[in-house]
Design a protein around this ligand. Structure first.
Ligand code: XUL
Ligand code: MN
Length: 365
């Protein structure tokens, strides 16, 4: 990596939420979209992630011209605040015709609905000034595998991607994999699946992936390695940094909240690959704790961003010579201890550690 990356950050309006969960209602009064947009710069963010209906509420009930007019208004709100729309994502999981999935529904009318909704999302994206479409394939999966033909489902997802690429020859599609929730099993659970689809699409250069930390953890995978895999293919278009405490519902905890070390590994892989130097955002997808009061309901965003930047400093100040020597000596115990000391801010040659002598005495005893 040659130059120093000046990171830009993004989040979506849904990340400032009212606290409802499957077991209880909202606990905070809502902020309006303009109120949320007013907060972005102050919180240290410039990129706005958007679902199609974050831009145009109730868009299924509106005529095309009404949709475009509202999207233009939101586009102006962004410009007035010097904000950038990072992407628009079609929300394909709420409408009754998405109950059993959109693209992979067994019902042709549902599949057509999903195609129409994607066309509208693309129109909206153009009006708010982005060419990037995020596809989180929420209900493209099953509760029981007997319900759908998986082989046909993969073709249907591919057809949908090709349809969008053809609908607008300038858009780019970023697939956001997730292995489960709301479905039991999703058809596109990992970045490997997403990138395989990208290569099979009608225009692979315009299809890539977005890795969310929590989604990788839910798949039993290492988020940093998932990011590295996409980077190795030149296909890491964005990230959703957050954290996840084991295999349970999708938590979207603040970045680093569960594992600082995993967070460090993610920051390191991004920083070393020069991620962000081609305009990519450090995207967050974090949920505030239900216990927060309304004025404190943006703390998780500020804290996640700060943690990211602290970890960038850790990556930039790591003793690369020492690491190299320990790797050459294959002394991974010392490398492990050094990494932890570095994260803890304890001097490398503190009372508990003396990695260099290990090199002199390494042998097969
Ligand atoms: C769902 C999720 C979504 C996507 C955008 O788990 O992460 O918010 O990021 O549709
Ligand atoms: Mn996400």
């Amino acid at each position: 990596m040659s130059k120093v990356t000046n990171y830009r950050f993004s989040f979506g309006p849904w990340n400032i939420s009212e606290g409802s969960d499957p077991f209880g209602p909202e606990v905070r009064s809502p902020y309006s979209l303009p109120q949320k947009l007013d907060m972005y710069q102050r919180l240290g963010f410039e990129g706005v992630q958007l679902h199609d209906d974050d831009v145009v509420e109730n868009l299924d009930d509106l005529q095309s011209l009404q949709v475009l007019k509202r999207a233009q208004e939101v586009g102006s709100m962004l410009t007035e605040r010097s904000l950038v729309a990072e992407f628009v994502a079609p929300r394909l999981w709420i409408h009754p015709q998405t109950i059993d999935g959109g693209f992979t529904s067994n019902c042709a009318a549902d599949r057509n609905h999903a195609f129409d909704r994607c066309s509208r999302a693309i129109d909206i994206a153009r009006e708010v000034g982005t060419r990037n479409i995020v596809l989180w394939l929420a209900r493209e999966g099953t509760y029981i595998r007997a319900a759908k033909n998986a082989r046909a489902a993969y073709d249907r997802v591919l057809n949908a991607i090709n349809y969008m690429l053809e609908y607008d020859p300038e858009i780019r599609i970023w697939i956001e994999p997730k292995p489960n929730e709301p479905m039991d099993q999703a058809y596109v659970p990992t970045i490997g699946h997403a990138i395989a689809l990208a290569y099979r699409s009608s225009d692979p250069a315009r299809v890539g992936g977005l890795v969310e930390s929590a989604h990788a953890i839910l798949a039993g995978l290492d988020p940093a390695d998932e990011m590295a895999f996409a980077l190795a293919h030149g296909k890491l278009c964005s990230v959703h940094l957050n954290d996840q405490n084991g295999l349970k519902y999708d938590q979207d905890k603040s970045f680093g909240s569960v594992s600082l070390r995993s967070a460090y590994n993610q920051v390191r892989v991004l920083e070393e690959a020069g991620y962000g130097q081609r305009g990519e955002f450090i995207g967050l997808d974090v949920k505030v704790m239900r216990t927060q009061k309304q004025p404190g309901s943006t703390a998780h965003l500020v804290n996640s961003r700060a943690t990211f930047l602290h970890l960038v400093e850790k990556v930039r100040t790591v003793d690369r010579d020492l690491e190299r020597q320990l790797i050459e000596a294959r002394d991974y115990e010392a490398l492990d201890a050094y990494t932890l000391r570095h994260l803890l801010g304890v001097p490398a040659r503190g009372a508990l550690e003396s990695p260099r002598p290990v090199l002199a005495t390494s042998g097969n005893q």
